[in-house]
Design a protein around this ligand. Structure first.
Ligand code: NAD
Ligand code: ZN
Length: 605
């Protein structure tokens, strides 16, 4: 929670001052988000100007209704009806808020004396006497366990003799409250010491509360005066000249928890119950192919106000569908759900990921199609595949068809928090569908292993998935228990392989088919792949043998009757997937991949 007042006595309007192209308050908000430490981040304000500033930049902002003397009262009003454990108060004038300091403050709630702590705050050592004696700088003294003894604008302790060896600490305006403590303090009247010093946290001491101080070395700059703003501007322009960010290598998250084995679906209740927040439901998004399958439905542990939503997968997920589901959930429940659980194939898994993201991010899902556009952490989400091959259970993306593109929401918040791999759930998949989705995995391997982005990481997963696919599709069939378990793992490995590389030509072309004709991913890939000998000669030869072995009949001449506009759109969609082409062909792909080339390929399909 970032309490933000427009009027500040010492520097009016300071939060709306420009700091390197963004306002101070927007920078603070974004810095808090970027730490990745919070489930939600809100600005709480009574000012229209600040409200609009955050809203117009896609952020979360709450209007506080009442007049408040201090920031904590303002956030207490905002969280009164929220289901939260710990509330952190980040000052609006701290645009350089960084992760390290906040981690320190939150960390105290996990140590052995945590039960004694009502709230926690931060301090940093200062050595410059000018700062020590500056009344704008609040000093704090602590006991041997770092519990605060007193805060003051005077230098404390007063050094009677020089060289006492005592250290001075500056208090930083970041607090972490247990919600109970915060609500306790709300409306407690101000007492004399606080009134004299004009330091909010003295009130807690006056009422006998324990404030644990964590120490940080990061200084940051609070914007208290126009001089501070000038210093901050200088710092930002220096940072822009020598960016500290080094993101040459992708640092991507993996699914943190996975359970595997025949029948492990029965463990769902045990897995979910620690994640349940009171009053907040679990929402199950389930493929409607299971509507009459009581064997599966009766094993879903519905409790309290949990909800089951059946979704048809006749068409692949759309951004508009995600938006509708999110708005229905928000309308029906006061609380953000405890979790979203997707049970189905790639379509349902992607839908579940997208819904969990959009419950905590404003706007339309279409705004987030692309790489790293998601701002807030998603709601806890669980993936339970019932057909294998796409790798959607492990990937960092969820593919959606939007108003003007088919593209995934690719972000660090997309992967599932938990995956349940129960091969028995794939019993009953029709054999042709088993083949199409399985071939998605096979094609992921071929595209990854033959791509220019290949590296040892991708190769190790890709080769294993490729070998499994060979075993499954040359030796096994869709009704064997062994094939089910193997394909489940092949899908996982295939997904991991493309995580650190990319897919290629087949996917680029099949996205075009999907966008214009609605051709589904698995079968679309198969239709395309048979025509890609010039790119993947050995892979295509093997693919054709597998088609034959499993008596698969693929549609032909599907692009024959396209209108000119449809053909042009299809080519636009395919060419738009630049990373895929770059992986398949190399940096200079534009020299060989022309519009005419794609048209000829589509006409062969
Ligand atoms: P799907 O989810 O559309 O399911 C295919 C068909 O199988 C559906 O008719 C479904 O009802 C049926 N089905 C699923 N489980 C069944 C079961 N146990 N018994 C009987 N029928 C069952 O298809 P898919 O191939 O799994 O997924 C395709 C989707 O995945 C596409 O939308 C594609 O864009 C997406 N995808 C995502 C990623 C990713 O990384 N996120 C990767 C590849 C594909
Ligand atoms: Zn795919």
């Amino acid at each position: 929670m970032i309490p933000a007042r427009y009027a500040a006595s010492r520097f009016p309007g300071k939060l709306m001052q420009d700091l390197g192209g963004k306002t101070v308050i927007l920078r603070t908000y974004q810095a808090a988000l970027e730490t990745g430490l919070f489930d939600r981040v809100f600005v709480v304000t009574d000012s229209n100007i600040i409200f609009n500033e955050i809203k117009n930049n896609g952020g979360d902002v709450i209007r506080s209704i009442k007049d408040h003397d201090c920031g904590s009262d303002r956030i207490a009003e905002a969280v009164e009806d929220m289901d939260v454990d710990i509330v952190v108060n980040v000052q609006g004038d701290e645009p350089f808020t960084n992760k390290e300091g906040l981690e320190e403050v939150l960390g105290v709630f996990y140590k052995e004396d945590a039960h004694r702590i009502d709230l926690a705050s931060l301090m940093t050592e200062i050595t410059d006497w000018k700062e020590i004696s500056d009344p704008n700088c609040v000093k704090v003294i602590v006991d041997k366990n770092n519990f605060a003894l007193y805060f003051s604008r005077s230098p404390i302790p007063f050094p009677r003799d020089k060289n006492t060896g005592v250290k001075y600490y500056k208090h930083k305006g970041i607090y972490a409250f247990r919600k109970d403590a915060l609500m306790d303090f709300y409306r407690l009247p101000m007492r004399k010491l606080e009134a004299a010093e004009k330091i909010e946290c003295i009130r807690y001491l006056e009422y006998g509360k324990n404030i644990k101080m964590a120490e940080t070395t990061s200084q940051g700059i609070e914007i208290d005066t126009p001089e501070d703003l000038a210093r901050a501007k200088k710092l930002i322009s220096e940072e822009a000249e020598s960016p500290l960010v080094n993101d040459t290598f992708k640092n991507f998250p993996m699914v943190p928890k996975v359970v595997f084995g025949k029948g492990c679906f029965n463990q769902l209740e045990t897995i979910l119950s620690p994640q349940r927040k009171s009053k907040a439901p679990f929402i199950y998004i389930v493929d409607d192919v299971f509507k009459d399958n009581s064997g599966l439905i009766n094993r879903i542990p519905l409790k309290f106000n949990d909800k089951l939503i059946f979704v048809s997968t006749n068409e692949e997920p759309k951004t508009s569908q995600v938006d509708e589901m999110v708005s229905l959930i928000k309308k029906e429940y006061m609380h953000i759900p405890s979790g979203i659980i997707g049970i189905g194939g790639g379509s349902i898994l992607d839908l579940a990921k997208a819904v969990s993201i959009m419950l905590t991010n404003n706007g339309s899902a279409a705004d987030y199609q692309g790489w790293d556009l998601v701002k807030n952490k998603a709601v806890y989400h669980v993936g339970i595949p019932t057909i294998s091959g796409t790798g959607a259970e492990v990937s960092r993306t969820c593919v959606l068809t939007g108003p003007d593109k088919k593209l995934g929401i690719n972000s660090d918040f997309t992967p599932f928090d938990q995956v349940i791999l129960d091969p028995d759930l794939t019993i009953g998949v029709p054999c042709n569908q088993w083949f199409y989705t399985g071939m998605d995995c096979y094609i992921h391997c071929i595209e990854s292993l033959n791509g220019t982005f290949l590296n040892a990481f991708s190769q190790s997963y890709g080769e294993k998935a490729f070998d499994l696919c060979k075993e499954i599709f040359f030796e096994g069939n869709c009704n064997e228990a062994e094939s089910r378990a193997k394909l489940m793992m092949a899908s996982w490995h295939g997904g991991m392989s493309i995580a650190y590389s990319q897919v290629g030509v087949a996917h680029a072309l099949s996205y075009g088919l999907a966008y214009v004709l609605g051709t589904k991913h698995g079968i679309g890939n198969c239709i395309v792949f048979g025509h890609l000998e010039e790119f993947y000669p050995e892979g295509v030869r093997m693919f054709k043998e597998m088609v034959k072995k499993h008596d698969i009949v693929l549609p032909k001449e599907i692009c024959k009757d396209l209108t000119e506009t449809q053909m042009e759109t299809m080519i636009d969609i395919a060419l738009g997937l630049e990373p895929l082409w770059e992986n398949a062909i190399g940096e200079n792909w534009k020299e060989t991949i022309t519009r005419k080339k794609l048209r000829d390929l589509y006409l062969k399909m």
